[in-house]
Design a protein around this ligand. Structure first.
Ligand SMILES: Cc1cc2nc3c(=O)[nH]c(=O)nc-3n(C[C@H](O)[C@H](O)[C@H](O)COP(=O)(O)O)c2cc1C
Ligand SMILES: [Fe+2]
Ligand SMILES: [Fe+2]
Length: 391
């Protein structure tokens, strides 16, 4: 069944309980693909679902209207988790006018073979659908060139597509039906993995929306729960995250072969904790990426450790650093540590990557040969304490 979420607005999406990767990023609690149906004098479908969930969406649409009656099909974003049912919609809604952004034409043509006309809209363009008027807002590179948002002028509802979403599979559809902190935690993981590289554009877009002076009563993202009460909470969280405002806490990422670098990580963590700086420690080989990315976003201090393997850092550390670098995080206080056996190389290479990330790097980091002795572990503890003072 479709779920009526506002006057004449229905959720017709699907919940993907067992998805563990969406594209490149981890989704430990699954996700939902939110498609919406607006029923006014005209019938409008906003986005679709991943291809695997097409029939679920079609069933929900049919519980409200005959799909052949769809007049407008708005494609806010052509990525396959939202446009996966594109061809099926073309088939069941043969008269629907397809609406997308200018860059949407490129991504739709790049994904699907079809010969229907596209109506291209740009920021500020309006579409009357009866009692309501829709306004389109391009959101280029949030997070693809084609991204666009659709706003209902009369109801003050924003269909934001990917921005403001969370990867969460739940039977609830509204943030206020769950613990808000829990949802916000997942919104942060989502921001860190998907939106963070475009933080400067987020700030611009938020400014632009503010200057339009349009009220937003509800934000309907394309993943996860709907911000029905207090949508300004997620708007202000995006502003904080985009500005790079982090918390007074630290995160340590490391990998080890024989445990020495692990011993160092634990002593450094104690030094931070005893200085009043909360810290989270992740073994990069076994830890969940959305958690590690969230703490990169939220922490002021980032420490990376690795044993030296073949003159450089271990592959799981290199992997997470390559991912983190691509996320273009705001500046952090950072340093490196690790155990080595002869020539070393891990700490040197981590430091050089942290510098490439334009972090405020504390050099030369800390490294010990073979298994750290008592006094060396005390140095690790002191290293943690010293770094805590940098906040
Ligand atoms: C397969 C292998 C390759 C290694 N390559 C290097 C190396 O190129 N340079 C070096 O200084 N140490 C090298 N080491 C030594 C380790 O860095 C050393 O054993 C270190 O104490 C391991 O720290 P861990 O206990 O945190 O794994 C290597 C060790 C192994 C097992
Ligand atoms: Fe997307
Ligand atoms: Fe998406």
């Amino acid at each position: 069944m479709a779920l009526r979420i506002a006057d004449s607005v229905y959720w017709v999406g699907a919940v993907d309980w067992n998805l563990r990767f969406c594209g490149s990023y981890t989704t430990p609690l699954g996700t939902s693909y939110n498609a919406y149906l607006l029923v006014d004098r005209k019938t409008v479908l906003v986005d679709t679902v991943k291809g695997t969930h097409t029939m679920e969406m079609v069933g929900r649409i049919k519980s409200v209207v005959d799909p052949a009656k769809i007049d407008y099909f708005i494609v806010n974003h052509a990525e396959l988790d939202h446009a996966g049912a594109f061809k099926e919609v073309l088939r069941i809604a043969p008269n629907a006018e397809i609406i997308c952004s200018d860059r949407g034409r490129d991504s739709l043509k790049g994904h699907f073979d079809f010969d229907r006309e596209l109506t291209i809209v740009k920021t500020g363009d309006e579409l009357n659908i009866g009692k309501r008027n829709l306004v389109f807002i391009e959101a280029r590179m949030l997070h693809w060139p084609d991204n666009m948002m659709t706003y209902i002028k009369e109801d003050h509802i924003l269909f934001s597509n990917d921005p403001f979403g969370q990867h969460l599979a739940t039977s609830q559809r509204f943030v206020d039906e769950l613990d808000e902190k829990f949802v916000m935690d997942h919104a942060a993981r989502y921001y860190a993995q998907i939106v963070m590289p475009y933080s400067q554009l987020v700030l611009k877009k938020l400014e632009e929306v503010k200057s339009l002076n349009v009220p937003i009563d509800m934000i309907c993202p394309a993943h996860g729960l709907i911000w029905r009460k207090n949508p300004e909470k997620i708007l202000s969280a995006y502003e904080r995250w985009a500005k790079g405002e982090a918390e007074d806490r630290a995160v340590i990422y490391f990998d080890t072969m024989w445990g020495s670098t692990d011993l160092m990580a634990r002593e450094i963590a104690k030094g931070l904790t005893d200085s009043g700086v909360p810290v989270t420690v992740y073994n990069t080989r076994t830890s969940e990426w959305s958690l590690m990315a969230r703490d990169l976003l939220l922490s002021k201090i980032v420490l990376v450790g690795s044993a030296t393997l073949n003159m450089t850092m271990m592959p799981s550390v290199a992997g997470i650093l390559a991912f983190f670098k691509s996320l273009r995080p705001p500046p952090k206080i950072a340093s490196a540590f690790g155990s080595f056996g002869w020539g070393g190389g891990a700490v040197r290479d981590i430091i050089s990557t942290l510098k490439e990330m334009k972090f405020n790097v504390i050099e030369p980091g800390l490294q010990f040969k073979w298994v750290p002795r008592e006094d060396q572990l005390r140095e690790c503890y002191e290293f943690g304490k010293q770094i805590a003072q940098k906040i």
